[in-house]
Write a protein that binds this ligand. Structure first.
Ligand SMILES: C[S@@+](CC[C@H](N)C(=O)[O-])C[C@H]1O[C@@H](n2cnc3c(N)ncnc32)[C@H](O)[C@@H]1O
Length: 279
């Protein structure tokens, strides 16, 4: 990402107001870049998009975010502002390849460090529940970078499941990743009951409502990685309280193993993760 250069290169073409709100970062998804364009910069968006393409040889298309993530599949409205008319991303991370339509599937490259962090915690022979799996970044990175026995990838969005299956095939990890096109609420306490040594819950908005069923899929002594977007000041306190309360209800002993800031979310909110064991 060469955003420093981007501002410098466009310096002469921006007025004072535009410079003040200039884009702070963008997500690079291989051949596609996704950027947030402040209202004040809309007249220059095509120029910004074309300059990003000029500066980054892999990027062929620049999309702007035209609304917040919506609905149960957490999809984001996007509009192409420069380059090829294509919404299919081909993205590489930690030795794995992913393909997905950015309009039809939620995919966050910003959790790549988390996938590596958790990979280092996974022990040989573990069964790992990858709930809210999307197009598969968690289960596929785990299957390639750890000695798991199995990853259970649970996802509701049929389009995401279509790409999840393609990505499993492309990364040749079908023997390690089992796909469930299902609602976590319906499957965690039934088919997957007491089956996982570890469960990842990358559902930062509303994930707390799934804690009770997720605990049912977790073996005694298993670990949960619980993501939340919360008010900055009280983020850890709230996340810990929510997890502790669910453990208490199910008469399981809660032990906090780790708490980490994942990324800033807005002026008032932050994304955090807590790792906890439930005995
Ligand atoms: C925030 S996204 C995370 C996607 C992916 N793990 C990633 O990090 O890029 C949450 C995902 O959960 C899926 N989802 C929402 N409700 C679900 C449910 N009840 N059961 C299973 N998956 C669900 C959505 O379709 C979406 O793909």
């Amino acid at each position: 990402m060469q955003k420093g250069n981007l501002k410098e290169i466009l310096e002469k073409k921006l007025n004072k107001k535009e410079k003040a709100v200039f884009i702070k970062s963008f997500d690079s998804l291989g051949n596609l870049a996704v950027i947030e364009v402040p209202e004040e910069l809309e007249k220059k968006e095509k120029l910004i998009g074309e300059t990003i393409i000029k500066l980054n040889k892999n990027i062929k298309t620049v999309c702007k975010i035209s609304g917040p993530h919506k609905g149960k599949y957490r999809l984001q409205p996007l509009k192409i502002i420069a380059g090829e008319k294509n919404f299919t991303a081909e993205y590489k991370e930690s030795g794995c390849r992913f393909i997905f339509d950015v309009r039809k599937v939620f995919f966050s490259p910003r959790l790549s460090n988390e996938r590596i962090r958790i990979s280092k915690l996974i022990k040989k022979g573990e069964t790992v529940g990858c709930f809210f799996a999307g197009a598969g970044p968690f289960p596929i990175v785990f299957s390639k970078n750890t000695e798991i026995k199995k990853a259970f990838a649970v996802e509701l969005n049929p389009q995401a499941v279509k790409y999840l299956k393609k990505n499993i095939e492309a990364n040749k990890c079908g023997n390690k990743v089992e796909v469930f096109r299902a609602d976590v609420n319906k499957i965690a306490g039934t088919k997957l009951k007491n089956s996982c040594d570890r469960i990842v819950m990358p559902m930062p908005h509303g994930g707390e409502t799934f804690l009770h069923v997720t605990l049912k899929a977790l073996k005694k002594g298993g670990v949960i990685h619980f993501y939340q977007v919360l008010e900055k000041e009280t983020a850890f306190e709230t996340a810990i309280k929510r997890a502790e309360k669910e453990c208490e209800k199910q008469k399981r002993k809660f032990t906090l193993l780790e708490k980490r800031k994942v990324r800033p979310f807005s002026a008032a909110k932050i994304q955090v993760v807590i790792d906890f064991r439930a005995d």
